[in-house]
Write a protein that binds this ligand. Structure first.
Ligand code: ATP
Ligand code: MG
Length: 170
């Protein structure tokens, strides 16, 4: 249909240094806050050292978490409370069995103002609920291209908020 404006379903950022990735995390946190209600599931893909945890850390800081954010590689899940949201940082890198993921009870967790951030979703082999936003990070030296794609109605709304916010920041 001609003349109908669609909301963008994806947005891409060129983060030339770690600071830029951290700014994007802060923008994402602001968008989640603007969304007002959850649950929100976001997956983060990219090779070792791409910057997935760096981005998660910045999102948590942006939501107001003052403390450290360890990589949950050995814990599988680290829970946080910040900015009125309950947040779960999940890392599937060392996931052995999909049943380990089932035991975390993520599906039950997906209600209200809850945000789940999952690194290495590829290793979850279909054991994850449908993600609202897929983030893919590509790296060349210190440069990171970060693509965010909305995959549900809520995810697309989040992408629109991020695009608007990033536009306002210039
Ligand atoms: N533009 C950039 N954005 C993010 N991180 C960057 C950037 N440039 C360099 N880095 C460095 O890349 C590394 C990213 O590490 P991080 O732990 O966030 O990656 P990861 O994707 O979570 O890896 P893993 O798969 O092991 O969990 C850090 O050492 C960070 O300092
Ligand atoms: Mg990591």
């Amino acid at each position: 249909m001609a003349g109908v404006a669609h909301a963008p379903t994806s947005v891409s950022f060129d983060c030339t240094n770690e600071r830029a990735t951290e700014r994007l995390g802060a923008t994402l946190a602001g968008a989640v806050q603007s969304l007002g209600d959850g649950p929100v599931l976001i997956t983060l893909s990219g090779e070792l050292g791409a910057g997935k945890t760096t981005l998660v850390r910045a999102i948590l800081r942006g939501l107001g978490h003052p403390g450290t954010v360890p990589s949950p590689t050995y814990m599988l899940l680290e829970p946080y409370e910040a900015g009125g949201w309950a947040i779960a940082h999940v890392d599937c890198y060392r996931l052995q069995r999909a049943s380990d993921l089932e035991n975390l009870g993520l599906r039950d967790w997906l209600s209200g103002r809850r945000l789940i951030l999952v690194e290495w979703p590829e290793n979850a082999a279909g054991g994850l609920p449908v993600a609202d936003v897929h983030i893919v990070i590509e790296m060349v030296a210190d440069r990171r291209t970060i693509d965010l794609r909305g995959a549900t109605e809520k995810g697309v709304a989040l992408i629109a908020l991020i695009a608007r916010q990033a536009g306002a920041e210039g």
